[in-house]
Design a protein. Structure first.
Length: 303
């Protein structure tokens, strides 16, 4: 969507290059923030299937509204020669459509690959191989789609019309949604396992509540559930690591950790929870380096 958006804003909404570029990067940034919302909703409440289903419909309605805003005379800006004269209402409809797409993206992007992985049993050798094959085709399809969007669709938008340029992906999205729902009876559905954001917050809070608590030299004394599996739905236990030892305080059991005969998760966390946070922190340098790449990459869509 963002490949040729600057041209639309300049030609149809009569915006300058600076304003158009700013609007595109703001929208693109929103598309990367909304997945945090989608991931939270999927993990804590709806599960991946229903999150994809609901947000795919939102995405489709956004694409439909975007197509209508570029094709119906009442919603499409009137143009005299090469100069268009959009009304405030027409601009508002366009941006509502655009941010509906951003919201829909937020529910699809963080869930679709994980939902694909849910369909394969890791303990089965045959299914493990099929899972690898699935992801090869999955990412191959994504890149083919990106290639078509940045070449064929851009050509259609510039030479045939914006209504066709937006309408074709809207129809493609409708077909994708139909196929997704068609397979509903065959899917393997995982129950929501709780939000990792909440678990991370619990580790941070518990660690600071135990600033004066010493971590035992014997790490086997740190709190962990006795079961073979993690108490996090759909997850396995993580082994303790010696890095970032401050957060190990959250897994040190004290007499104040019990709240009415049950453990207070904001005072005592499992080793697996602590290791989840450590894993996220270890990824932060990689994430930070991506900011520079994303800044440069975004220039291609704002020329």
């Amino acid at each position: 969507m963002g490949t040729n958006l600057v041209n639309y804003l300049q030609e149809q909404l009569n915006q300058g290059n600076v304003a158009a570029s700013n609007n595109v990067t703001n929208w693109s940034g929103t598309c990367y923030i909304t997945p945090l919302i989608g991931a939270f909703v999927a993990d804590a409440y709806l599960g991946r299937y229903w999150t994809i289903a609901i947000f795919s419909i939102i995405y489709f309605f956004g694409m439909t509204l975007l197509t209508l805003s570029s094709s119906i005379p009442g919603l499409k800006p009137s143009c005299t020669g090469d100069v268009c004269h959009p009304t405030q209402e027409q601009i508002a409809v366009f941006f509502v459509a655009l941010y509906m797409i951003a919201l829909g993206t937020g529910g699809i992007k963080p869930c679709v690959s994980s939902f694909g992985a849910d369909q394969f049993d890791e303990t089965d050798e045959v299914e493990r191989k099929r899972k690898s094959s699935f992801f090869n085709w999955f990412y191959f399809s994504i890149n083919i789609g990106a290639l078509v969007a940045s070449s064929v669709l851009v050509w259609i938008q510039m030479n045939v019309g914006w209504d066709w340029g937006f309408g074709i992906p809207a129809v493609a999205m409708a077909i994708a949604v139909v196929f997704f729902f068609a397979g509903s009876r065959t899917y393997r559905l995982q129950k929501p396992g709780g939000s990792p954001l909440t678990r991370i917050a619990q580790v941070i809070v518990a660690s600071f509540k135990k600033l004066n608590v010493k971590v035992p030299a014997d790490k086997s004394l740190l709190y962990e559930v006795a079961d073979n599996e993690s108490n996090i739905q759909g997850s396995r236990k993580l082994e303790h690591t010696d890095k970032l030892k401050f957060f190990d305080k959250a897994a040190v059991e004290t007499e104040n950790d019990h709240d009415k005969e049950s453990l207070n998760p904001w005072r005592l966390c499992t080793v697996t929870q602590v290791e989840e946070l450590k894993s996220v922190i270890r990824l932060l340098p990689v994430w930070a380096s991506g900011i520079i790449f994303a800044t440069v990459y975004s220039q291609m869509n704002t020329m």
